[in-house]
Design a protein around this ligand. Structure first.
Ligand code: PEP
Length: 252
């Protein structure tokens, strides 16, 4: 099965609007003539507008890093799905481990965000992953299953066809400690199997599953060539156009 290959840059809380414009200018000069990989950049909310000016000419899609589940109201500091759509966002990352662990987002809150994103036709990049303690106590599968099934509750097969799942072991994010290719493949295979069991083989076979956690060009070739790995969600190494493009080259 020929699945979509996707490379997502998660800039976290880095880059002003001016720095965003510089990134895209440099990216444009480095882009290969043709690529079959779908490229997505998730800048901070305040840089989405700057990104939208140049991303299209680079063939790059925009994602938000988070959103609130309410449409509008007295929610100081929050951003709604329709505000993201107005800034040309196609995707939204939900359930990132930094949201789960630093901001104590629960599966229930993530699910509320998923429902709101679906209502506005935002494509979802759902992050799931175990922490070190959970891995060491053999709970990886049960953690993945819980996060996955909670996110998928009430989601139709047609809606799921627009999703991307990112397997991001928490112990590998921003730590320089990348998962072994076999560890990534095992988790991705488990996720695909769960989707098959919950929906059907076709939807499972078509779903892109990305790996995230200290990805850089030097370590990604081996992970990327695993049969169930369809791309990457990249933090640190996506901040420079050059290192981002180097990762892209490992996928083609
Ligand atoms: C991330 O932000 O999702 C991530 C995987 O970060 P890093 O690549 O820096 O580990």
């Amino acid at each position: 099965m020929n699945r979509r290959k996707i490379l997502v840059a998660n800039w976290k809380m880095y880059k002003t609007g001016a720095e965003t414009l510089l990134f895209f200018e440099e990216l444009k000069s480095l882009l290969p003539q043709k690529t079959s990989v779908e490229m997505v950049v998730a800048p901070p909310f305040t840089s989405l507008e700057a990104a939208s000016k140049l991303s299209k000419s680079c063939g790059v899609k925009l994602s938000a890093q988070n959103m609130h589940w309410e449409e509008k109201g007295a929610f100081t500091g929050e951003i709604s799905a329709s505000m993201l759509k107005a800034l040309f966002c196609e995707y939204v990352i939900l359930g990132h481990s930094e949201r789960r662990h630093i901001f104590h987002e629960t599966d229930q809150e993530i699910h509320s965000k998923i429902k709101a994103a679906l209502q506005h036709d935002l494509k979802i990049i759902l992050c799931v992953g175990e922490n070190l303690e959970e891995r060491e106590s053999n709970q990886t599968s049960s953690v993945l299953e819980k996060q996955l099934l909670s996110g998928l509750s009430g989601v139709s097969k047609a809606q799921l066809s627009q999703w991307v799942i990112a397997y991001e072991p928490v112990w590998a994010i921003g730590t320089g400690k990348v998962a072994e290719p076999a560890q990534a493949e095992e988790a991705h295979r488990f996720i695909r199997r769960k989707i098959w069991d919950t929906y059907d083989m076709d939807v499972a076979a078509a779903l892109p599953i990305l790996y995230g956690g200290s990805v850089k060009a030097e370590n990604f070739k081996a992970i990327s060539s695993q049969p169930n790995v369809d791309g990457a969600l990249v933090g640190g190494a996506s901040l420079q156009a050059k290192s981002f493009i180097e990762i892209l080259k490992q996928m083609t």
